[in-house]
Design a protein around this ligand. Structure first.
Ligand SMILES: *Cc1c(COP(=O)(O)O)cnc(C)c1O
Length: 218
């Protein structure tokens, strides 16, 4: 199957209101362009340098979401390229993004990455610490907190991811009811190629697919 056919099929199957992020790590600018021409509007990138190369080819024909672990020395460059950063997990990172956005005259959409699997993964804020982090960074003027993101377990039985998706959805709903100024819980980004069906059942409204669009990574 071509990238074009994969994208067309996925977009046809996507429930209304669900956004597709094409997770493009290791893919060439030409492959990413093919996905965009087939209807992808959100590109997910894990590495700022790789994104810069793809961005040079695709530019603003798509919107760019950072979905990797963002190091503070890459924030300045990330702010130039990305429309959203889905993986904010500390107040230091949030402050750095805010500062660089202020210098660039930009407001950044962000999501808070939840380490829903707790000790299984390194990145993301623990579910129990998410509310405090959000309350702390909500006043930053150049950030718009728009939801949550989680990874869950990488592979294996997709059912194994369900409890982590459920925890994250519970947090999403609860934080949404707190009406914290500057915080809107509208996007819940969870589910990858092996787990997106489960994620959708558990309330994801944004899924991030790489392999299903582009084929296996080398
Ligand atoms: C690579 C990646 C994906 C997509 O993974 P696939 O299994 O190829 O669909 C989704 N989210 C993040 C954060 C990723 O790094």
């Amino acid at each position: 199957m071509s990238i074009r056919d994969n994208v067309a099929r996925i977009l046809r199957e996507l429930p209304p209101g669900v956004e597709l992020v094409a997770a493009a790590k290791t893919k060439t600018p030409a492959e990413i362009l093919e996905a965009v021409e087939a209807g992808v509007v959100l590109i997910g990138e894990n590495y700022v340098q790789e994104a810069a190369e793809a961005f040079a080819a695709v530019s603003r024909r798509a919107r760019w979401h950072f979905i990797g672990h963002l190091q503070s020395n890459k924030v300045k460059k990330a702010v130039e390229i990305f429309d959203a950063i889905e993986t904010v997990d500390s107040s230091d990172l949030a402050r750095e993004i805010d500062k660089r956005c202020r210098n660039a005259g930009k407001t950044m959409s962000v999501q808070i990455e939840i380490n829903s699997g707790e000790e299984d993964q390194k990145f993301g804020v623990a579910p129990a610490a998410a509310e405090a982090l959000i309350r702390e960074i909500a006043p930053l003027p150049n950030l718009r907190i728009e939801g949550l993101m989680t990874m869950g377990p990488f592979e294996g039985d997709p059912e194994a991811a369900r409890p982590y998706f459920r925890i994250t959805k519970g947090l999403f709903d609860r934080i949404g009811t707190l009406a914290i100024p500057g915080v809107e819980m509208k996007r819940l980004s969870m589910g990858m190629t092996n787990s997106y069906r489960v994620a959708l059942e558990e309330g994801a409204n944004r899924i991030r697919l790489g392999t299903l669009i582009f084929g296996p990574r080398g």
